[in-house]
Ligand binder design. Structure first.
Ligand code: 5GP
Length: 191
């Protein structure tokens, strides 16, 4: 494989997209590798540098912007920057694998517009904003303020769903995982 495919999973925080992405990564037949993003936010819980994210300073992040190293980047939340390095996509393609992204909706749509033929852009839809709130509180890795910031953003993000190639409803996690598996399998087997 010279160039693999790009599988983008985007959704409001708390929609379950990370769980779905992890499930797909655990399926060896899909031959996927996770795109590790750069972020300026602090590590949470058990997160590891170089596995979950490349945790970098704002100065380093700025240098990457200036050098045009990013395929896309966003200030996802105030003062919290996230971006995908071109080198990350190239690293994964060089392994002969497909790239799977867990990124916000704006970043997801940008990847799709840069690589329209190679990308499947999937929107993961939560049952409701109330359910999102419940999941974020249950996760309890963030302060009340940060949770409220994520919820405020969710309504704006939900409105972008029709711009994606496809929508997966995450009302029942097992069903959503199976739907995601079938979608990805079909897409990577296409020509
Ligand atoms: P978290 O702080 O919960 O890990 O991520 C916050 C949001 O940023 C999530 O929606 C996550 O998918 C998104 N995100 C992670 N990496 C990137 C990236 O490289 N680019 C963009 N645009 N969003 C990202």
């Amino acid at each position: 494989m010279i160039k693999g495919k790009l599988l983008v999973f985007s959704a409001p925080s708390g929609s379950g997209k990370t769980t779905i992405v992890r499930h797909l990564l655990a399926q060896p037949d899909l031959n996927l590798e996770f795109s590790i993003s750069c972020t300026t936010r602090e590590p949470r819980g058990e997160e590891v540098h170089g596995k979950d994210y490349y945790f970098i300073s704002w100065d380093e992040f700025k240098k990457h912007i200036k050098a045009e190293d990013f395929v896309e980047w966003e200030e996802v939340y105030t003062d919290n920057f996230y971006g995908t390095l071109k080198a990350e996509v190239e690293r994964i393609w060089a392994l002969g694998k497909h790239v799977i992204f867990d990124i916000d909706v704006a970043g997801g749509l940008r990847i799709k517009s840069k690589f329209p033929n190679e990308t499947l852009a999937v929107f993961v839809k939560p049952p409701s904003v109330d359910e999102l709130k419940r999941r974020l509180k249950q996760r309890s890795t963030e302060s009340e303020d940060k949770i409220n910031m994520r919820i405020a953003k969710a309504s704006v993000e939900l409105a972008t769903a029709p711009q994606f190639d496809t929508i997966i409803k995450n009302y029942d996690l097992d069903v959503a995982k199976e739907d995601a598996y079938k979608l990805v399998k079909d897409f990577i087997n296409k020509d």
